[in-house]
Design a protein around this ligand. Structure first.
Ligand SMILES: C[S@@+](CC[C@H](N)C(=O)[O-])C[C@H]1O[C@@H](n2cnc3c(N)ncnc32)[C@H](O)[C@@H]1O
Length: 337
């Protein structure tokens, strides 16, 4: 006899924004950074964060129940995960993506139904005008927030790529759309024989250079300013594209894969990575939701399956391809020329 259906999943998902916004506000208010100084009681948290006492206890205990805080007696402390990933003062901080989610994506996603009906973005570029990057990069604070957000969402996969790919066979690489340069940084740190370029729009240069200098590898990593619509991709043994193809429509995706093919030698590789969707389009919910995020954020972008990416690479002339999982919902597709 089959079990009676229950509405639990429907209710949990339908009201999932309660949990999401509670975590995002905790990050915005600096709770995890504050608790990295040591465990403390609710009164001191109220005072430090400037909270009104009315909601404070529920806010903190909800975070305990959600698994983001520990509580012993009246003392609250970070969990190992929030201590490592959500203390703004640690290099392992990944909250950039969640700060941007709180500030930009949360309000834009309120218009998802409209996006589904109109097929149009619902963020700063809603209603026309320049594209996403021109619009974001016209404001220095938004530029910084966006680039730090990219590091936040990509850091785990960047470390995995730095270890998982057979880098010993290659000497140079170029990371296309490098943002702060975390992928290039992780690859260079793990592979001292490599030299690399971060290729991106000119506005990104100072932020890349600061990040790479901070990691102490500016002798092996160079920023190459350019626009991939106007310029070729710089020549290297390996071209990487993280969260690039999903920003654009199909003709642009194919154009970028073609430019990557032209940039590498025979035996060279193109590594494409993001939350690539399973071929049945039924399992990688994060990848499918990311594609809806591209509907909200861009004019033509969408995420895609392994089979899609493989077909585009073969069409561009790559002789073999393989897919490998990275971390969480992220995977890479490698094309060999
Ligand atoms: C979604 S972000 C991905 C960042 C990073 N690769 C990652 O995975 O975290 C897209 C990147 O592409 C860059 N970009 C956008 N348009 C570009 C263009 N026309 N030429 C070069 N880079 C561009 C952006 O500045 C941004 O750094």
């Amino acid at each position: 006899m089959s079990a009676q259906p229950t509405p639990d999943t429907i209710i949990q998902t339908g009201l999932g924004f309660w949990a999401s916004k509670t975590l995002l506000s905790a990050i915005e208010l600096g709770l995890f950074t504050e608790l990295s100084q040591g465990s403390t009681n609710s009164d001191s948290i109220v005072a430090c964060l400037g909270l009104h006492p009315r909601g404070a206890r529920d806010f903190l205990d909800a975070l305990v129940a959600l698994g983001f805080l520990n509580r012993t007696g009246d003392q609250y402390s970070n969990t190992p995960e929030t201590e490592l990933f959500l203390d703004r003062n640690k290099p392992s901080y990944i909250g950039g993506i969640l700060e941007m989610a709180n500030h930009r994506l949360y309000p834009a996603w309120a218009h998802l139904s409209e996006a589904l009906q109109a097929g149009e973005p619902q963020n700063e570029i809603k209603g026309g005008g320049p594209g996403l990057f021109e619009t974001l990069y016209a404001d220095h604070a938004r530029l910084k927030e966006f680039l730090a957000a990219m590091t936040g969402i990509s850091h785990g996969a960047n470390q995995a790529i730095a270890r998982a790919f057979p880098w010993t066979n290659h000497r140079t690489f170029v990371d296309v759309g490098t943002a702060q340069g975390d992928l290039a940084t992780q690859i260079a740190l793990a592979n001292p024989h490599l030299r690399g370029f971060g290729f991106d729009l000119p506005e990104v240069a100072p932020i890349f250079e600061e990040y790479v200098a901070h990691a102490g590898i500016d002798d092996r990593l160079t920023f190459q300013s350019g626009d991939f619509f106007k310029h070729p991709i710089p020549q290297a043994d390996v071209v990487l594209m993280g969260h690039i193809l999903h920003d654009w429509d199909l003709p642009t995706k194919k154009m970028l894969i073609g430019k990557a093919f032209d940039a590498i030698p025979i035996g060279g590789a193109l590594i494409v990575y993001e939350a690539i969707i399973d071929d049945d389009r039924s399992k990688n919910s994060f990848g499918l939701l990311m594609s809806l995020n591209m509907l909200i954020e861009t004019r033509g972008g969408f995420d895609y399956t392994f089979a899609d990416c493989t077909a585009w690479m073969m069409e561009a002339g790559f002789s073999e391809t393989r897919a490998e999982p990275l971390v969480g919902p992220d995977s890479m597709v490698i094309g060999i020329k």
